[in-house]
Design a protein around this ligand. Structure first.
Ligand SMILES: Cc1cc2nc3c(=O)[nH]c(=O)nc-3n(C[C@H](O)[C@H](O)[C@H](O)COP(=O)(O)OP(=O)(O)OC[C@H]3O[C@@H](n4cnc5c(N)ncnc54)[C@H](O)[C@@H]3O)c2cc1C
Length: 506
């Protein structure tokens, strides 16, 4: 296979499956090439094409459905300490990327998440502030359809009755409970947002947009100043293609984005893109989860039932999110954030919270799944394997990973707190010991953002240090990962990046 790792030749006349362009093209040219059609790639493409910028999105997965062959390209090797879970499954190689399977929960990061080093002494501060991100959060909430009202710049907030729960928790010692909640609102019914269905159709109609499927980006043509001229790709038939561009954005998910930069550096010795501080591939983070199920006593008329019953189920959908921050961080642990899922056990059907209490004939459960912050550590890192390659002969990524004492303290605290508070409720019966899940498919770190190249891989414009026109967009640029699901923040960064690219494209 290694003989496939040559500089690619571009002579085939066979066509690729494409959307938004005429077929039978072989080599392509565009203003901005984006690797990956997930939330990062599609949201950025949407902004840029609206501004008249030509965009080609290169997507390794198929246009329709799922392909096991494409998925195998995500394989991650264990460097010897054990993988937290089969990480290759955490990203989907398909159109729409991992938004094809995600849960669609879109909370903002909180102000503290951007300054946990200076405020609480662990992790890393972001080189940009929450205040700077606020307007982009607003744009991202519109893009992901989780905004509160037509023109407001507020995330969806808790319903009044859910706020009662927050107040109840405060009486039980959760002094800094914060009701910063956002959940999915897709047409009144819980419906994870599939960007292929919700956002791609609008893009396809834009003449500035082109999507190339079943095409895997593998390397670049780059000059000595760090300016990319084109991207080298291979299609499913093994045919090589090239995409000429003025700027390249890598939006391939945290593992594959850092791997792509490593592949460039390997093919172009001496370039050392983003390698100045030794952070390329390092500081990999996810969110661990503590899960606990409680049974609801349908006959009880205790205050707790009201507390768990939002008044506007049609607006809030299936789940609600609470963030419990601050107080615990000062105790030397990370943030954590519980998500409650209500289920009718007899039909094994998730229900909107407002309905479950009215359904007296069935057994009901509430599952609390608590996302826990993981500290960014240099030791949790990827490198390229020297022995194993993917189907194209490119080295696979290999992970060193271990939970720190800080991570363990955080999830134990989360498990104890939620068990204690639920034990105080007469209407709830704890039916399961808290379980720990390592990782919740929230891939972050590996190309972190920093003010200077000694401290990270990309600058505050998300441009790779040492390059003229390569950007990374995704959870990989997060210097620390908070406890909030990452995608809203990824899309907000995409909105911000679109402004920079539009102003600087030459
Ligand atoms: C089960 C599950 C539930 C989740 N729930 C939530 C949630 O509720 N809320 C939340 O915020 N997040 C959630 N996530 C995480 C969320 O899906 C990701 O944060 C998000 O999809 C990241 O977007 P992205 O565009 O950066 O990457 P992705 O969506 O992973 O897209 C990357 C794309 O790049 C393509 N690609 C990779 N390498 C190449 C290459 N070399 N050439 C061409 N294309 C390439 C891939 O095929 C893929 O389409 C969940 C994830 C999973 C798995």
């Amino acid at each position: 296979m290694l003989n496939r790792r040559r500089f690619l030749q571009f002579s085939s006349l066979l066509s690729l499956p494409t959307v938004g362009c005429s077929p039978n093209m072989d080599n392509y040219s565009t203003d901005v090439a984006i690797i990956g059609s997930g939330p990062a790639g599609l949201s950025l493409a949407s902004r840029l094409t609206q501004a008249g910028v030509n965009v080609i999105v290169i997507e390794s997965g198929p246009y329709d459905g799922y392909s096991e062959r494409a998925q195998q390209r995500n394989k991650v090797l264990d460097a010897g300490q054990g993988l937290p879970y089969p990480l290759g499954t955490a990203t989907k190689r398909m159109t729409g990327g991992t938004s094809s399977v995600w849960g669609g929960h879109c909370p903002r990061f909180r102000q503290d998440d951007f300054i946990c080093k200076s405020r609480f002494g662990y992790g890393a501060d972001w080189p940009i502030s929450y205040e700077e991100m606020e307007k982009y959060y607003c744009q991202a909430e519109h893009y992901l359809n989780v905004f509160n009202g037509l023109n407001s710049c507020n995330p969806i907030t808790m319903s009044d009755d859910s706020f009662i729960l927050a107040q109840f928790l405060e009486t039980q010692g959760f002094k800094d409970t914060v009701a910063a909640s956002v959940t999915v609102n897709a047409g009144g019914v819980y419906q994870p947002l599939r960007l292929k269905q919700s956002r791609l159709p609008g893009l396809v109609n834009n003449q500035n947009f082109m999507l190339l499927n079943n095409l895997t980006a593998r390397n670049v043509e780059i000059d000595r100043t760090g300016k990319v001229k084109s991207i080298f790709c291979t299609d499913n038939e093994g045919l090589d293609k090239t995409v000429k561009c003025k700027a390249l954005v890598i939006g391939a998910g945290a593992i594959q984005s850092s791997r792509f930069l490593m592949l460039i550096n390997e093919q172009h010795p001496g370039l050392g893109l983003g390698e100045g501080g030794g952070y390329l591939g390092a500081n990999f983070m996810d969110h661990n989860a503590v899960q606990l199920t409680v049974k609801v006593d349908g006959n009880s008329n205790k205050v707790d039932q009201q507390n768990f019953q939002p008044s506007q189920p049609e607006k809030f959908g299936q789940a609600q999110i609470w963030q419990w921050y601050g107080h615990y961080r000062e105790q030397g642990i990370g943030a954590y954030m519980p998500l409650a899922i209500y289920e009718n056990t007899s039909t094994n059907r998730s229900m909107v919270p407002g309905n479950i209490m009215n359904d007296n004939n069935s057994e009901k459960t509430i599952t609390f799944s608590i996302l826990c912050e993981q500290e960014p550590l240099h030791e949790n890192r990827f490198e390229l394997s020297k022995t194993e390659q993917d189907e194209f002969g490119d080295p696979l990524p290999m992970l060193w990973f271990e939970l720190s004492d800080f991570d363990k303290r955080t999830y134990r605290h989360a498990a104890d707190s939620i068990s204690n508070v639920l034990a105080m409720s007469n209407a709830l019966e704890i039916s399961q010991q808290p379980e720990l899940f390592l990782g919740r498919h929230h891939l972050m770190g590996t190309t972190r953002m920093a003010d200077n190249e000694e401290d990270g891989v990309v600058d505050t414009d998300l441009k790779v240090f040492g390059s003229k026109n390569i950007y990374v967009l995704g959870g990989s640029v997060f210097p620390s990962g908070g406890a909030a699901n990452p995608t809203l923040t990824i899309v907000a960064l995409g909105m911000r990046l679109s402004e920079h690219i539009i102003q600087n494209l030459v």
